[in-house]
Design a protein around this ligand. Structure first.
Ligand SMILES: Nc1ncnc2c1ncn2[C@@H]1O[C@H](COP(=O)(O)OP(=O)(O)OP(=O)(O)O)[C@@H](O)[C@H]1O
Ligand SMILES: [Mg+2]
Length: 278
């Protein structure tokens, strides 16, 4: 992977000093200022977000939690430039994106955001490497460049041996790692994941969290992920809890769990998913 800011730990320890501030700052990656989102359903207004202010610096690893309907996905959609605030401002790397047109948002999304979804959202009948290449195709990258970067990203998530497998030839955890590689390939400013372990068993969830931790700790990549599971949130460095469209708590995790250490202490599985069976 190319250059990514590697200031992870430092940013995380400095960050708690000013979680409450409301102005956008140059060193912030994401700034939500008093964001409201109102969905109009016929005559009914649904107030999904009621004044959310959130600041994320480069190198952070944030878990977003909260009850169903509390506004987590709405927030992720706004952060990912899939949707716009009804009121308030969203600054991404200092740029106010709340007022951009649909096309401008799509452009920012392609260049700055990597998405990972609960259901993987891979194209069937399309190999791992072709799935990962896709965002680069939209950016107009040359074939050789696409192959090179897609291969690098698949290697980064431990799937260097699986470049030409179709999704249905991969386990759930491997498919999610392909999705993570696809999210990485455009060298985004942030990876946003909405319940990335929601469809996975507990061991596979730890493996996938291990990939996020590796990318965050070793590569300095900023990650924000939604989870319902308190155990999963403990792999992050910071937890933000939503309630009724507002942030109820925002705290640093004292001693985040380490997925790689936990995986070492688990009994081995019969087939090592990361290697070709031989
Ligand atoms: N497109 C939409 N149109 C109308 N209402 C919506 C829309 N999307 C979300 N909502 C409503 O906004 C509120 C917040 O929804 P959101 O999807 O953000 O919740 P969530 O925290 O992600 O919940 P879950 O944990 O169930 O995924 C809910 O009341 C929901 O019904
Ligand atoms: Mg949701």
């Amino acid at each position: 992977m190319g250059a990514q800011v590697i200031i992870g730990e430092e940013a995380a320890t400095r960050k708690d000093e000013e979680l409450e501030g409301s102005g956008a700052s140059a060193q912030e990656l994401i700034t939500l200022n008093h964001v409201h989102k109102i969905y109009q359903m016929g005559d009914v207004e649904i107030h999904a977000l009621r004044g959310v202010s959130l600041h994320i610096k480069p190198g952070e690893f944030v878990a977003i939690m909260g009850a169903s309907g509390s506004g987590k996905s709405t927030t992720m959609n706004i952060l990912g430039c899939l949707d716009k605030p009804t009121k308030g401002h969203y600054y991404l790397e200092g740029q106010d994106v709340s007022k951009l047109t649909k096309d401008e948002l799509a452009d920012i999304r392609n260049r700055k955001i990597g998405f990972v979804f609960q259901g993987f959202n891979l194209l069937a009948r399309t190999t791992a490497i072709e799935n990962v290449e896709l965002p680069l195709l939209y950016l107009g990258a040359k074939h050789s460049e696409r192959i090179k970067r897609a291969t690098e990203c698949l290697e980064l998530v431990g799937l260097g041996q699986r470049l030409h497998n179709m999704p249905n030839q991969l386990s759930g955890g491997q498919q999610q790692r392909v999705a993570i590689a696809r999210a990485l390939v455009n060298q985004p400013s942030i990876i946003l994941a909405d319940e990335p372990t929601g469809n996975l068993d507990s061991r596979t969830s730890i493996e996938v969290m291990g990939v996020f931790q590796y990318l965050n700790r070793e590569r300095g990549i900023t990650v924000a992920l939604v989870t319902h599971e308190p155990d999963i949130a403990q792999y992050a460095k910071r937890v933000v809890v939503f309630k009724d469209g507002k942030i109820k708590r925002d705290y640093l995790v004292d001693d985040p769990r380490s997925a790689s250490e936990e995986l070492e202490s688990l009994p081995p599985v019969d087939v090592d998913e990361t290697e070709d069976d031989e």
